[in-house]
Design a protein around this ligand. Structure first.
Ligand code: NDP
Ligand code: OXD
Length: 310
């Protein structure tokens, strides 16, 4: 039977995805008509990204699943018209990208690289950074991405601690959970990485109270979501030296408006939501294999729990 798959992720993405998706469908023995427009009642699956104009899922009565091209689902999970199962993107290439981004920025702060990069010519100031085991990297969120980053940082020798909603165990990682665990992680971390989804529970989780618990001169790396951080509280914490530097990849408004104060602060490094991009070839295989699973009557992988919001 031929399935109709609606690509609702924007025209630019369609140009990028059309061929890799067709190859992946073939690879998974799926007969699929891939379209950007269709009568809603004839659509079997929807491939979605927040750049889509699709907001009302009600008419898609035959649709068996909505497959998000993004790992984060905060822009769709609360849609009251979405009654179809939602799967988010979990992809080895995306995970690898995040591991590289996080390790790169952790090493930059750990080694104090900025001091050398921006040192005036002729300035010969030798510093001895601590070695990795003396440096605690705290990771908020021990999901697909947080766990992979934790493992890589352990491999580099860092003392890694993590925090999640439910209790977890991980080799060589001190795992915390709950409100008390959150405070402990903040108090221990020299470098704090935020890899939480944005939900009503996590919005503004890094606020003035949280910053006040952190070590003096600690660093923050946020590739999670902009609204995890209270921007004003971060500006204040940087201003008073509590936070020595922040690398931010995600923002409440993207692109970050030109007049946002973050742009003017040298201690803030801004990257344009590139920590881990979804790459068409690998993501297409994830989508195709999930459709193949659903068609074989198996449960969808990476299904979002609407109650939890991630
Ligand atoms: P997962 O859903 O796999 O993991 C989420 C983790 O956060 C889990 O460990 C979960 O705990 C924890 N968590 C959620 N809510 C809470 C809470 N209230 N208190 C404590 N812990 C909580 O997500 P991923 O690792 O795949 O992705 C994380 C986020 O990274 C995405 O939601 C997205 O926002 C961001 N992202 C950013 C990208 C970029 O380029 N900047 C690219 C991709 C993703 P538990 O395990 O107990 O459920
Ligand atoms: C995200 C993504 O969720 O790029 O940020 O997948």
């Amino acid at each position: 039977m031929t399935l109709t798959v609606l690509f609702a992720a924007g025209d630019a993405a369609f140009a990028e995805y059309r061929e890799p998706l067709s190859d992946a469908f073939l690879h998974h023995n799926l007969e699929i008509t891939l379209v950007t427009e269709a009568a809603p009642a004839e659509v079997d699956y929807i491939i979605y990204s927040p750049s889509s104009t699709l907001r009302d899922f009600t008419p898609y009565t035959r649709c068996k699943a909505v497959l998000n091209l993004w790992a984060g689902v905060e822009k769709i999970v609360g849609n009251p018209t979405l009654t179809q199962p939602l799967a988010r993107m979990v992809d080895p290439a995306l995970t690898r990208g995040m591991v590289e981004y996080v390790c790169g920025h952790v090493l930059r702060y750990h080694l104090g690289m900025d001091a050398h990069i921006s040192a005036p010519a002729g300035q010969w100031v030798a510093q001895e950074p601590p070695l990795a085991p003396e440096r605690v990297v705290g990771i908020l969120g021990l999901g697909e991405l947080g766990r992979a980053c934790a493992k890589a940082l352990v491999g580099l020798g860092f003392a890694v601690e993590g925090w999640s909603s439910r209790p977890k165990t991980m080799p060589d990682v001190t795992c915390h959970h709950g409100a008390e665990g959150f405070n402990t992680l903040l108090q221990h971390s020299d470098i704090l990485v935020t890899l939480l989804p944005l939900t009503s529970q996590t919005e503004n989780i890094l606020d003035a109270r949280a910053f006040s618990q952190m070590r003096d001169g600690s660093w923050i790396i946020n590739p999670g979501r902009g609204a995890l951080i209270d921007d004003d509280a971060l500006l204040e914490a940087i201003g008073n030296g509590k936070i020595a530097g922040a690398t931010l990849d995600v923002f409440r408004i993207e692109p970050l408006p030109a007049d946002h104060p973050f742009w003017a602060i040298p201690k803030v490094t801004i990257t344009p939501h590139i920590a881990a991009t979804t790459r068409a070839e690998s993501a297409s295989h994830v989508i195709a294999s999930n459709i193949a699973r659903a068609e074989a009557g198996k449960t969808l992988l990476h299904k979002v729990d609407p109650q939890r919001g991630y």
